[in-house]
Design a protein around this ligand. Structure first.
Ligand code: 5GP
Length: 131
């Protein structure tokens, strides 16, 4: 059985898609710590990010760099923060979070409640800046 993130990348489970190519996929985190919280994943199904082969790991970070640029253009912020946790979902992923302050990277704090329309608008805006 494929992981939930592999099924999202395959389009079997809906998501607020931000960017994709044949190896990587980016979409909004369903429980964002900040507006524009994005997850970037490889389509390859590997749990632990540091078990990815070198080429996929490097490609994942380079893809995340392009997503971060689009994110910064779409959501005004001081910088885009990056984190890898992976304690909840066993499919390698990078969190990208537009930061105004250090607290925006606090994954323990209460998550934002955004409507489906707000989530779609955020995803579309980031997607429009992705190059
Ligand atoms: P981690 O594995 O890095 O500790 O956390 C997993 C992250 O994935 C969490 O921030 C959680 O909100 C997000 N997440 C879990 N399930 C889903 C899902 O089905 N869809 C989306 N878009 N995000 C999810």
């Amino acid at each position: 059985m494929a992981s939930i993130f592999a099924r999202i990348a395959a389009g079997e489970i809906p998501s607020y898609k931000v960017a994709a190519d044949d190896r990587f996929f980016a979409f909004l985190d369903i429980n964002p710590v900040a507006k524009g919280h994005v997850l970037v994943i490889p389509r390859a199904e590997v749990d632990y990010i540091f078990d990815l082969d070198d080429d996929t790991l490097a490609g994942l970070y380079l893809f995340a760099k392009r997503v971060a640029r689009a994110l910064k253009a779409a959501i005004p912020c001081r910088k885009v923060g990056m984190a890898v946790l992976g304690l909840e979902v066993p499919h390698a992923h990078i969190h990208l979070v537009p930061m105004q302050s250090e607290g925006d990277m606090d994954f323990r704090r209460e998550k934002l409640q955004l409507t489906a329309e707000e989530m779609q608008a955020i995803a579309s805006s980031i997607a429009a800046h992705f190059e």
